[in-house]
Ligand binder design. Structure first.
Ligand code: AMP
Length: 290
């Protein structure tokens, strides 16, 4: 696996792959790689001739300086893991390579970026869209892989690629979880043993949401969305009263509008602070056929 730090060297290196008509797959990450990232890299490897992985902790998508500072970084470890998972090229630019002196052009996403993460992290998706567009322009991949763990990010990026005619197919990959159901995340490493135990409430709520939707009580209600949401809020209060909630939302998975009556599918999205660490997760729940 080659390690490159400049946009021009990535372009140059990928010329060969393009000449050989290889499908180029791309996995953008912020490093601190775990099994979730590795499943994206492995899927890219199974579908593409050349796999590019980037590691870049993008400062513009952090609205909290302390969060950016605390973000785990270990490039040597990331390089070893990416290579083992099948990456051919690792692009790890310095911030100055991505944001040269005088940088002033940003991408502003629309309505999909307003609720949930967009509401609680102002400017976050502007940072995400700008860096993802830049990275897609540098790598120019045929396929780029994004995790369903960050469902709203996936929808915002899909929309941006469509709106800006970027010639890359966005491929979504299911969330990889720990054996007890907690979604893998680079932030999990910051949980104390006690907070790690308490974090199990998140997959518990998501699984319970599916069970509640299947129960006869919600099935016929025109307000099943808000009712389900309220049940989840109460469940959280009884199981983990100390958890600080950013949101528990029941939404249309494609428009990210709140849903009143869940007819077929709904996105349940959760963001909580547990032991000082902000965790997000989601699940698509499906209503039983009527
Ligand atoms: P990050 O390094 O957190 O920016 O994540 C890079 C990519 O990996 C994003 O597309 C994430 O959605 C994806 N990802 C992060 N965690 C997981 C997970 N547990 N399962 C699947 N994909 C994930």
């Amino acid at each position: 696996m080659e390690r490159l730090t400049t946009a021009s060297s990535v372009r140059f290196r990928l010329r060969e792959a393009r000449k050989a008509e290889q499908v180029i797959g791309y996995v953008p990450t912020m490093g601190a790689l775990h099994e979730g990232h590795l499943s994206l890299i492995r899927q890219a490897g199974s579908e593409c001739g050349t796999v590019v992985v980037s590691v870049f902790v993008n400062p513009t998508q952090f609205n909290d300086a302390a969060d950016l500072e605390a973000y785990p970084r270990d490039l040597a470890r990331d390089a070893a893991l990416a290579e083992e998972a099948g990456a051919d090229l690792l692009f790890a630019p310095e911030a100055g390579e991505m944001y040269p002196e005088g940088f002033q052009t940003h991408i502003t996403p629309g309505a999909l970026a307003k609720p949930l993460e967009g509401h609680f992290r102002p400017g976050h998706f502007e940072g995400v869209c700008t860096v993802v567009a830049k990275l897609l322009n540098i790598v120019q991949p045929d396929r780029a892989y994004f995790g369903e763990k960050d469902w709203q990010q996936l929808k915002v990026v899909e929309r941006m690629v469509l709106d800006l005619n970027l010639p890359t197919a966005i491929v979504s990959v299911p969330t990889v979880r720990e054996p007890d159901g907690l979604a893998m995340s680079s932030r999990n490493a910051r949980l104390s043993p006690d907070a790690r135990e308490r974090a199990r409430v998140i997959p518990y709520l998501l699984d319970t949401a599916q069970e509640l939707l299947e129960s006869a009580t919600t099935e016929t209600r025109t307000d099943s969305g808000p009712v389900l949401r309220q049940w989840l809020v109460s469940l959280l209060e009884s199981h983990q009263p100390a958890a600080q909630v950013d949101y528990i939302a029941v939404m249309d998975p494609e428009t990210l509008h709140e849903i009143n009556e869940i007819r077929d599918r709904a996105l349940v999205a959760i963001a909580l602070h547990i032991g000082g660490v902000r965790l997000i997760d989601n699940r698509i729940i499906t209503a039983p056929p009527r």
